[in-house]
Design a protein around this ligand. Structure first.
Ligand code: GAP
Length: 492
C-alpha cells in the first residue's frame, strides 16, 4: 500500500528529518525546519544534482545570485504584473482559497433533502441526495464566497532602514531571474559558446494562498534551476535547436530521477495546454510524481524563448545578446528551463524509499534510499557495549570512515534494535565490530581484525578485513551491486 502523508510526517518528526517551524510557539503555517537527518538528505540531493547537471557536463556552469535583487528585475520579468493567483474569501469563516483550485476541494454540505444533515462531498461531485453542487464555502458549507481578486504572490520587503516606497523590493519568487541578469557576466567571464547553461540552487519565496501537504507547497522553499541558452537559428537533428534541447532536457531529467531511485511507473509527463502556458513560454512539460496526494508536479521544463533576456535588455538598457561568429550576427538566445524544487524532490525520494516489510514475523520499516542519498552512509555499531576494546575499535573505525562519508556511531541498544533504527532512517550500510574482530586477551585469543558489513536492503552480511572497509564501502556507495561485492567475501 502506498505510504500516507501522515505516516511520513510522523516518521520525519520522530527520526529527525523535518520539524514544524517554530513548533514551541504553535508553529507557523507552511514553514518547516530540516532536522539532522533531513539536512543530510537535502544536501545529498543537491550534491548529486549539482554533480550530474553542473560539474559533469562541459556545457554547464554554476551561479549563486542574491535573493534580494533590484526591484526592476521583477517589473521586467512580469512578476509584478502577472505573478498572481485569484483569491476568494469566505464571508462567514474567513477561510481563504485559490479560486482556480476550488473545484479540486471536497466540500461541506448541509443537505435540505435530509433535514439539513451534514455531509462531506468529494471534490467536483454533486450531493447524492439533493443533487446540489457547491455554491458556498467548501470548509464551513455556510458562507458565501467573495468575488475573486488577484493576489500577488511575491513577499515584499524594504531595503535600508526607512520603510519608504523607494526602497520597496521583493524576496525572489524564483532563482531563474538571478541567472538571466548575469547572462552577460557569465558569457564574458567564462568565454562560453552556445549552447550552454547556467545552474543555480537557492531559496525562493512565494506567499502561497493555500500552502500545505507537508513540504509539497510551502512559502519558503528551495529551487534547483537551469537556464540553458540555445541559438534559435541553429538546427539539430532536423529540429530547431530550442525544440531539440527541450526534448533532451526532458529525457535527462527523467533519467536523473530514475538513476536516483524514482520508479518509472511513479513518474509521468504532462504537457501544458495553450491556456495554461505562462506568458513567456512556447511549451512547458511538467514531470509529475505519484505523491500520496495523487499525481502532482515535481518539476517543470519550459521553453521560455527569448522573453526574459529581451525584457531585461529593455529595462536595463544593456545589450544581452550573443555574437554568432558563423552568421556574423547578434542573436538573443532562447532558453530551456528545467526547474525543480528541492523540498518536493526530497518528498518524492522519501515516498519512494518508504517500505514496511515483515522480517521473521516482525514489522521492519525501511527507507530504501539510493546509497548516494542515504542521510547516513554508514553506521558503526559495537556488538558489546561493555567491552572497552570493541567500543574503542568501533569508534576508531567510525572516525576513519567519517573522513569520507556521513558515518554514525551508536551503542545505545542491542544490535537487533540498532539495525532496525538504522533501517528506519535509510542508513545504507552498517559495520559491526564484535568479539571475533578484537579477540579475547584474557583467554589469549587473537582477533581476526575483520568487521561485519550489513546491507540495508537484503540484510545480508559479509566479513571484511578492517584494512579494506573503506575501499569496499567506496565501491558500494558508488553504486556497485551488493551481490558482486559480497561474492568476493564468501562466508568462512
Ligand atoms: N522558474 C520557473 C519556476 O519557478 P515553477 O513551476 O513555478 O517554475 C519550479 O517552480 C519548481 O519549484 C516546481 O516544480 C516545484 O518543484 C518547486 N516549487 C514551486 N513552488 C513551490 C512551493 N510553493 N513549495 C515548494 N516547492 C515549490
Amino acid at each position: 500500500m502506498p505510504v500516507s502523508m501522515d505516516t511520513l510526517v510522523s516518521l520525519s518528526k520522530r527520526r529527525g528529518f523535518v520539524f514544524q517551524s517554530s513548533e514551541i510557539y504553535g508553529g507557523t503555517g507552511s514553514c518547516w525546519d530540516y532536522g539532522p537527518l533531513g539536512i543530510e538528505l537535502k544536501n545529498k540531493i543537491k550534491q548529486v544534482w549539482w554533480r550530474e547537471f553542473i560539474q559533469r557536463r562541459a556545457d554547464m556552469v554554476g551561479l549563486d545570485a542574491s535573493i534580494i535583487m533590484h526591484p526592476n528585475v521583477w517589473k521586467a520579468s512580469g512578476h509584478v504584473d502577472h505573478f498572481t493567483d485569484p483569491m476568494v474569501d469566505c464571508r462567514e469563516c474567513r477561510h481563504r482559497f485559490r479560486a482556480d483550485a476550488l473545484e479540486g476541494l471536497p466540500w461541506l454540505h448541509y443537505c435540505p433533502a435530509t433535514k439539513g444533515n451534514k455531509f462531506t462531498i468529494p471534490a467536483g461531485e454533486p450531493c447524492g441526495h439533493c443533487g446540489a453542487r457547491r455554491t458556498q464555502c467548501p470548509d464551513c458549507g455556510k458562507g458565501e464566497l467573495t468575488a475573486p481578486r488577484q493576489f500577488n504572490l511575491m513577499f515584499k520587503t524594504f531595503m535600508g532602514p526607512v520603510e519608504e516606497d523607494a526602497a520597496l523590493t521583493y524576496l525572489r519568487p524564483e532563482t531563474a531571474q538571478g541567472i538571466f541578469v548575469n547572462f552577460d557576466n557569465v558569457l564574458q567571464s567564462m568565454r562560453r559558446k552556445l549552447p550552454f547553461g547556467i545552474g543555480q540552487i537557492g531559496k525562493s519565496f512565494r506567499n502561497e494562498i493555500t500552502p500545505g501537504n507537508f513540504i509539497f507547497r510551502t512559502r519558503e522553499f528551495e529551487q534547483m534551476e537551469i537556464e540553458y541558452f540555445v541559438n534559435p537559428a541553429d538546427r539539430v537533428d532536423g529540429s530547431p535547436a530550442d525544440e531539440y534541447w527541450h526534448e533532451r532536457w526532458i529525457e535527462d531529467c527523467l533519467a536523473f530521477f530514475e538513476r536516483y531511485g524514482l520508479t518509472r511507473e511513479n513518474l509521468r509527463l504532462r504537457e501544458h495546454d495553450k491556456e495554461e502556458l505562462a506568458h513567456y513560454a512556447k511549451r512547458t512539460v511538467d514531470v509529475e510524481y505519484r505523491f500520496p496526494i495523487g499525481w502532482s508536479e515535481l518539476m517543470g521544463i519550459a521553453n521560455r524563448t527569448d522573453f526574459d533576456l529581451r525584457q531585461h535588455a529593455k529595462w536595463s538598457g544593456k545589450s544581452l545578446t550573443y555574437f554568432d561568429e558563423e552568421r556574423k550576427e547578434h542573436v538573443v538566445p532562447y532558453v530551456i528551463e528545467p526547474a525543480a524544487g528541492v523540498d518536493r524532490m526530497l518528498l518524492a525520494f522519501l515516498v519512494e524509499a518508504y517500505r514496511e516489510e515483515e522480517v521473521r514475523g516482525e514489522k521492519r520499516v525501511v527507507l530504501r534510499f539510493h546509497p548516494a542519498l542515504a542521510p547516513v552512509s554508514v553506521a558503526v555499531l559495537p556488538l558489546l557495549k561493555k567491552r572497552e576494546d570493541i567500543v574503542r575499535m568501533a569508534q576508531a573505525v567510525r572516525n576513519d570512515l567519517a573522513r569520507h562519508w556521513t558515518a554514525y556511531y551508536d551503542d545505545t541498544a542491542a544490535i537487533g534494535r540498532l539495525y532496525r533504527r538504522q533501517d528506519e532512517i535509510g542508513t545504507a550500510y552498517c559495520v559491526t565490530v564484535d568479539v571475533q574482530t578484537v579477540g579475547d586477551s584474557e583467554k589469549g585469543e587473537r582477533g581476526d581484525d575483520k568487521v561485519t558489513i550489513r546491507d540495508r536492503d537484503s540484510m545480508e552480511q559479509i566479513r571484511v578485513p578492517r584494512a579494506e572497509i573503506a575501499s569496499v564501502l567506496r565501491e558500494l556507495l558508488g553504486g556497485e551491486n551488493w551481490a558482486r561485492v559480497a561474492g568476493r567475501f564468501p562466508p568462512e
